[in-house]
Design a binder for this molecule. Structure first.
Ligand code: MEV
Length: 306
C-alpha cells in the first residue's frame, strides 16, 4: 500500500519574534517548503531517522515523536521524514517536523486532522524541542497561512487569526552566518530581561505595536508600510541583543537590492535567516545565488503572482 503522508510547512516571522514569547503579537507566514512525514505499517510506533541527525538529536526526536504517537493512541506505523528546510536557521524546521508527524500520526490513527488537532499534537513535540515555545511556529505551520498570533496569558497555547492580503506578499529568504539554536538566544534574552525587566518590557511592547500595525498594513495592501515596520522591527531586535554582524550585513544587502523592508527572522543570534519583502524577489535572488548566498523566494499570502 502507498504510505500515508503528512506535510508540515516551514515558517517565517515577518514581525514580532521573541517578544511573542512574552505575550505580544507576531505576524508569521507559512512557506511552501517544509517537511513531509511518510508512514508505513509496523508493529509499534517508531521514527526512522537517516542522516543528518547526530545521536543527541535522534534521541530528542524519538522522544518527542513517541509523545505525539501516545497522544494519537499509538498507531502502529513507522514514520520517516524528508525535509526541504535547513535546520536551526530560523525557518521553523522543528515545528515543521512536529506538524508533519502530527498529521501523519492522526491520519494513521483514523482521527480528525484539522489545524486545531494537528496543532495540539505538534505542540507536545515542540515542547520537547524547545521547552516553552510561544507556539507561533507550529501554529503557522499547522494553519498554513499568514497569521497574527498571540500567546495566551496561561502560556499553554495561543490564539491566531488569519491575515488576508489583497496583494501578493513575496519574500526572499537568505541564510547568513552559523546555525544558531533557538534555545540559546531565547535563554540569553530571558536572563537580560529578568535583570532589567522594565527596559525589556518597553522594547517588547513596541515590537508588538509594530506587529499589529504591520498586519493592518498587509490588509490595506500597503506594502511600503509593512516594509517600514520590518525595518523598525530589525532595529528593535538589535536593541534586544538578537542581531549579529552576518545578519546585519545580509539585512543591508537585501535593502540595497531593493527590499521594501528587511530583517532577521526567527531566533537570530550568530546566524540564521534574513527576510526581505520585495515586489519582485526573483532578480535579487538570482544575484545573491550568483554571489554564493543560500537563498530562496516564497509567496506568503495574497493572490498568486503569475
Ligand atoms: C522562533 O521561530 C520564534 C521565537 O520567538 C521563539 C518562540 O516563539 O518560541 C524566537
Amino acid at each position: 500500500a502507498a504510505p500515508l503522508t503528512g506535510f508540515g510547512a516551514g515558517k517565517v516571522i515577518l514581525l514580532g519574534e521573541h517578544s511573542v514569547v512574552y505575550g505580544y503579537p507576531a505576524l508569521a507566514g507559512a512557506l511552501s517548503r517544509g517537511v513531509t512525514a511518510s508512514a508505513v505499517k509496523a508493529r509499534k510506533p517508531q521514527l526512522a531517522l537517516a542522516d543528518p541527525f547526530n545521536r543527541a538529536q535522534r534521541a530528542l526526536l524519538t522522544k518527542a515523536f513517541l509523545r505525539a504517537a501516545d497522544l494519537c493512541g499509538n498507531p502502529s506505523v513507522k514514520v520517516s521524514l524528508e525535509s526541504e528546510l535547513p535546520l536551526s536557521m530560523g525557518l521553523g524546521s522543528s515545528a515543521a517536523v512536529s506538524v508533519a508527524c502530527a498529521r501523519v500520526l492522526l491520519k494513521a490513527a483514523g482521527k480528525k486532522e484539522s489545524a486545531r488537532e494537528v496543532a495540539q499534537v505538534a505542540l507536545a513535540m515542540e515542547q520537547e524541542f524547545h521547552g516553552t515555545p510561544s507556539g507561533v511556529d507550529h501554529t503557522t505551520s499547522a494553519m498554513q497561512e499568514l497569521i497574527l498570533y498571540k500567546r495566551l496569558p496561561d502560556q499553554s497555547s495561543g490564539k491566531a487569526r488569519g491575515v488576508k492580503s489583497p496583494r501578493p506578499l513575496q519574500v526572499l529568504v537568505a541564510l547568513a552566518g552559523e546555525r544558531s539554536p533557538t534555545k540559546k538566544t531565547v535563554g540569553a534574552l530571558r536572563e537580560r530581561q529578568a535583570r532589567w525587566p522594565e527596559r525589556y518590557r518597553r522594547l517588547f511592547r513596541e515590537v508588538g505595536v509594530v506587529a499589529t500595525e504591520g498586519a493592518k498594513a498587509v490588509e490595506a495592501g500597503e506594502l511600503e508600510a509593512l516594509g517600514d515596520a520590518m525595518n523598525v522591527n530589525q532595529g528593535l531586535l538589535a536593541a534586544l541583543g538578537l542581531s549579529s554582524p552576518p545578519l546585519e550585513e545580509m539585512v543591508y544587502r537585501l535593502r540595497a537590492l531593493g527590499a521594501l523592508g528587511a530583517k532577521l527572522t526567527g531566533a537570530g543570534g550568530d546566524g540564521g535567516a534574513v527576510i526581505g519583502l520585495f515586489l519582485e524577489p526573483e532578480p535579487a535572488a538570482a544575484k545573491l545565488l550568483q554571489q554564493g548566498v543560500r537563498c530562496f523566494t516564497s509567496q506568503l499570502a495574497g493572490p498568486r503572482a503569475l
